[in-house]
Design a protein around this ligand. Structure first.
Ligand code: 1CP
Length: 355
């Protein structure tokens, strides 16, 4: 008879649940792709949506950073526009620019272009990627699924592409609040179906990216973005996996984000994690090294990494990450330095900071 191995508690999942992990877990937003030479070699020049639709390639890209850095979680190689693309809304991801929409969402008639997602039919390749990655990962490493939050996805649909000012999306919110609410609700349903399918296929946590929520005032966030985010978190609660909510520039929104139902709140680099805890309350936190520090002298990078670890000790759980995605020009060796400091010194620095 073979011996039965004791179940491995993944450090990522322990920290996300507010338990004490065997080491401080770390992963990086946008760790898959862009900055990795092995990614560029594999991916070629086509649309990223084509790469995502090939499970063998998508699974390999998901695993590349895990092998290279020894991070505690893999993030599925996909994109926030995948579901909306899959239902035929007409979106592409243009290299060097980002998501671009041929015919932006402009009026009530456009609601007809947003039908429910049937994951097994519309995005079978994503589910195949999830299954393949989940079976390839070491038992100590978690697989994170994700989707875009309604406000951030809607911003691409309404603006037609990346925006700095969000003028069209804000104009629509104020001009036709009922239409906005319906749009946000349908986008929430897309994200809910997409995430549920990823978790059923083997993802062990999920992150809702509301990357551009920081462009909203607290009152706007509460009125226009929080209701659909709350709906998503509530409808996915039965999955019993950690739910992470992240946005950039959300310092003034953190206390509202803490009411969303998310278990873990992602924080960008502008708010130190101990300050974030005073705004958020007792939630595990994820973050928050400035991605630009990867270009600073090594001593500054190392000290900033340790500072994040000390401040993260104020939360009931800390998952180390950058404050936003890995910048494309980042030297992969620099991220490896960060991972090694987090793993070797994380727990001790946190304990010292607490005592
Ligand atoms: O073709 C390419 O290689 C271009 C770069 C790229 C990559 C690697 C894009 C285009 N998307 C992705 C993959 C991706 N997108 C992942 C993969 C996994 C990982 O994190 O390692 C994830 C999680 C996303 C999610 C995503 N897409 C977000 C939320 C995260 C964030 O960075 O805030 C957003 C806002 C997008 C839109 C998007 N897709 C791509 C770009 C360049 C952008 C941003 C454009 C903009 O500035 O508005």
């Amino acid at each position: 008879m073979g011996s039965v191995d004791a179940p491995v508690t993944k450090p990522f999942l322990a920290a996300a649940r507010g338990e004490v992990p065997s080491r401080t877990p770390v992963w990086f937003m946008r760790q898959a792709g862009r900055s990795l030479p092995e990614y560029r070699a594999l991916r070629g020049t086509g649309s990223i949506l084509d790469a995502i639709a090939q499970p063998e390639i998508a699974a390999e890209v998901t695993l590349q950073p895990v092998r290279r850095y020894g991070v505690d979680a893999a993030i599925l190689f996909s994109d926030i526009v995948v579901p909306i693309h899959a239902i035929g809304f007409g979106v592409d991801v243009v290299p060097g620019r980002g998501p671009v929409v041929d015919a932006p969402f402009a009026s009530r008639a456009d609601l007809a272009r947003i039908r429910p997602l049937e994951p097994e039919v519309d995005v079978p390749y994503v589910l195949e990627t999830v299954r393949s990655v989940a079976s390839a990962l070491d038992p100590a490493t978690a697989l994170i699924g994700f989707a875009g939050a309604p406000f951030t996805v809607a911003s691409y649909l309404i603006e037609g592409g990346p925006s700095r000012t969000f003028t069209k999306v804000k104009a629509l919110m104020y001009r036709e609040p009922d239409l906005w609410a319906e749009l946000a609700d349908r986008l929430a349903d897309l994200s809910i179906s997409f995430i549920r399918a990823q978790v059923n296929a083997g993802a062990q946590a999920f992150q809702l990216f509301d990357s551009w929520a920081g462009s909203l005032s607290p009152a706007e966030y509460e009125c226009f973005a929080l209701p659909s985010t709350k709906k998503g978190m509530a409808e996915l609660a039965d999955l019993d996996v950690p739910r992470i909510l992240f946005g950039v520039g959300t310092g003034e929104l953190l206390s509202l984000m803490a009411t969303s139902g998310a278990d873990v709140i992602g924080v960008d680099w502008r708010v130190p994690l101990d300050v974030a805890t005073t705004r958020i309350g007792p939630h595990p936190l994820q973050g928050n090294l400035d991605p630009a520090l990867c270009f600073a002298p090594r001593t500054a990078l190392e000290e900033a990494t340790r500072d994040v670890l000390r401040r993260g000790a104020s939360a009931p759980g800390h998952i180390f990450n950058l404050g936003h995605g890995v910048l494309p020009e980042t030297d992969p060796d620099t991220l490896k330095i960060v991972v090694d400091i987090v793993h070797e010194e994380g727990r001790q620095l946190a304990e010292e900071a607490r005592s």
